[in-house]
Design a protein around this ligand. Structure first.
Ligand code: HEC
Ligand code: HEC
Ligand code: HEC
Ligand code: HEC
Ligand code: HEC
Ligand code: HEC
Length: 414
């Protein structure tokens, strides 16, 4: 309890000291209307900035401590102009963010900017005590409480108690005129007596077995996970939400799979078909969707593409990847073979984050070619070839991929 109390008030104190210091350092007081600032911030800045943590742009909760008010006004109204004037701070922060472009806000008056700055300070102050009180950051992610210090104290108290007991016991023995024993000797006697008691031995064995199997289980599970490659993507795009809950057809985004060798990853333009309208998600609010806007240079407020914006493709991390020596063609399987995506990729529509479901080894390809029958009926993709197959093997023959040459090395290797 005391710990929390100190945490809470020391944070508030630090915030207060900082604001006094920053005022002293820059010799100017920021004054303005925090409520108006909040409205302006949410409308113009929240898509890229948060107060307490980095988003597309830096955290702004403590920006007035880092920068002079004069600089901030210039930056916020037109950062490109400030950079063009050769301002070193402006060029440095621009480069730190790899040249991400923050739009200009020529519509904001100096007082508007002051209001926003007052809000960044007030908003941050309000968030701080809450954080310490609930053990959760403003983003809603629970933080593991740090137990190290209390555990160390507990350990020290226990050690002290043991020491105290041994001392008391030895004092008593000395009073009775018996020989005293050291801590090590006591431990020895206790262990030997315990090991003679079958109940204690059984209990110990069970405990050790539990720990052992638990460790074994963890080890085995992690073997499975490392096979299933599942990298974190630059945008928290969820197949569970799009293909599952919202039932968007795989082919809407991966239209390449039916037509050619590769199944494409959709460009940010495809996302924009919906995300011009859908500006907020159920889990991450505007944060993740704002990254699409940052890639294509879209301003959700003015509802326009930012002029002269240099678009940056989203750097999705590739999950499935065969070595160059193997040849795999999607349309051959999806269109001609009529195999569902899920047969090879697993329950993608349930995956919040995609992982590699199949091993993609040669044995995996070959086994399926041995077992799977060619879909000769109602398949207009390879009509001609399939007609010939029917002639050769008969109308109702069970034709496996193997029989059409699916095990020939040259079919899969260049
Ligand atoms: C489209 C995204 C975007 C929007 C909208 C945006 N910013 Fe930025 N902002 C950035 C990025 C990115 C940077 C980092 C510098 C750079 O790359 O130009 C930045 C930097 C800043 C900085 C400098 C921070 C520092 O640590 O020095 C301030 C201050 C700032 N923005 C304030 C605002 C305010 C106020 C608004 C709303 C009126 C706003 N920004 C709207 C993306 C944005
Ligand atoms: C709204 C667009 C969209 C829809 C609909 C969609 N996907 Fe995706 N898919 C993506 C994006 C974006 C990525 C890249 C990011 C990722 O891996 O999550 C991706 C990645 C994948 C990957 C991994 C690619 C790699 O890197 O190896 C597979 C496999 C995949 N999708 C299959 C499917 C299947 C099957 C469906 C239908 C059940 C489907 N997708 C529906 C957009 C979509
Ligand atoms: C066919 C329409 C459609 C397309 C295309 C689409 N989305 Fe979405 N997206 C949605 C809908 C609907 C939601 C959920 C909105 C809700 O439930 O509030 C959503 C939500 C999201 C969210 C928010 C998730 C959350 O839980 O907060 C992100 C991030 C996202 N989409 C990224 C993408 C990306 C990246 C692409 C392009 C690869 C894309 N979307 C393409 C319709 C689409
Ligand atoms: C017969 C198994 C199989 C089926 C069916 C299949 N895929 Fe794939 N998919 C693969 C393999 C193998 C790769 C890796 C290809 C490579 O590295 O060249 C892959 C890769 C991908 C990729 C990454 C981009 C690429 O082409 O390398 C996406 C996206 C994808 N599949 C989506 C789909 C979708 C959507 C469907 C259904 C319309 C589908 N797949 C059906 C086996 C399959
Ligand atoms: C789920 C079963 C399945 C898996 C897994 C699978 N295939 Fe196939 N494959 C088929 C079917 C079915 C066809 C026949 C398509 C048709 O012509 O109707 C086929 C056809 C082919 C063909 C054309 C064969 C020919 O004689 O024309 C090639 C090449 C091929 N697959 C390569 C691969 C490779 C490489 C892999 C592994 C990365 C793979 N396949 C994994 C089912 C599978
Ligand atoms: C159905 C498709 C298919 C057929 C048929 C096939 N392979 Fe492969 N082969 C693959 C794939 C896919 C890989 C890559 C597997 C991996 O990365 O684990 C591969 C890998 C290999 C490798 C490299 C192994 C390594 O460790 O890098 C060799 C060598 C090889 N195949 C030889 C052959 C020979 C010889 C035949 C004919 C008897 C053959 N393959 C038939 C799909 C096939």
């Amino acid at each position: 309890m005391k710990n929390r109390f100190i945490q809470r008030y020391s944070k508030a104190l630090i915030v207060f000291l900082f604001s006094v210091l920053s005022t002293l350092a820059y010799g100017q007081e920021i004054s303005g209307d925090a409520a108006n600032g909040k409205t302006l911030f949410n409308a113009n800045c929240a898509s890229c900035h948060k107060l307490d943590k980095k988003a597309i742009g830096p955290a702004l909760g403590d920006v007035t401590e880092r920068r002079s008010t004069e600089w901030l006004v210039k930056w916020i109204v037109n950062n490109a102009e400030l950079r063009a004037s050769g301002d070193e701070e402006a060029i440095a922060i621009f480069e730190e963010y790899n040249g991400s472009v923050m739009p200009a806000f020529p519509g904001l008056s100096e007082q508007d900017v002051m209001d926003i700055l007052v809000y960044t300070v007030e908003g941050q102050k309000k968030a701080a005590p809450e954080e310490a009180g609930t053990g959760a950051v403003a983003g809603g992610e629970p933080v593991e409480p740090d137990n190290t210090v209390p555990l160390l104290i507990l350990g020290a108290i226990l050690a002290f108690l043991v020491y105290l007991l041994v001392t008391v016991k030895n004092t008593l023995k000395r009073v009775q005129g018996q020989p005293t024993t050291s801590l090590a000797e006591d431990a020895n006697i206790i262990t030997r007596t315990a090991l003679k008691n079958p109940k204690i031995v059984t209990l110990l064995t069970i405990l050790i077995a539990i720990v052992f199997f638990q460790q074994l289980y963890i080890a085995l599970m992690s073997v499975g996970i490392s096979e299933k490659y599942q990298p974190s993507q630059p945008i928290k795009f969820s197949h569970e939400l799009h293909a599952g809950q919202n039932q968007i057809d795989c082919n809407y985004c991966h239209y390449g799979a039916r037509k050619g060798k590769h199944s494409n990853i959709p460009s940010a333009g495809v996302c924009m078909n919906c995300h011009m309208q859908v500006q907020e998600g159920p889990k991450y609010g505007t944060e993740e969707i704002a990254k699409i806007y940052a890639a294509v240079g879209w301003d959700p407020e003015t509802y326009q593409y930012i002029e002269g914006y240099e678009q940056k493709p989203i750097k999705w991390i590739r999950i499935h990847n065969l070595p160059d020596l193997a040849y795999f063609n999607h349309s051959q399987h999806v269109t001609a073979g009529q195999i569902a995506c899920q047969t090879c990729h697993g329950p993608i529509q349930e995956m919040e984050e995609v992982y590699q479901y199949s091993s993609l080894t040669m044995g995996w390809c070959v086994n399926c070619h041995r077992e799977t029958q060619v879909q000769v009926k109602s398949n207009d993709y390879y009509t001609e070839m399939h007609e010939k197959l029917k002639e050769k093997y008969g109308e109702d023959a069970q034709i496996t991929v193997e029989m059409i040459g699916g095990l020939e090395c040259g079919k899969c290797h260049y």
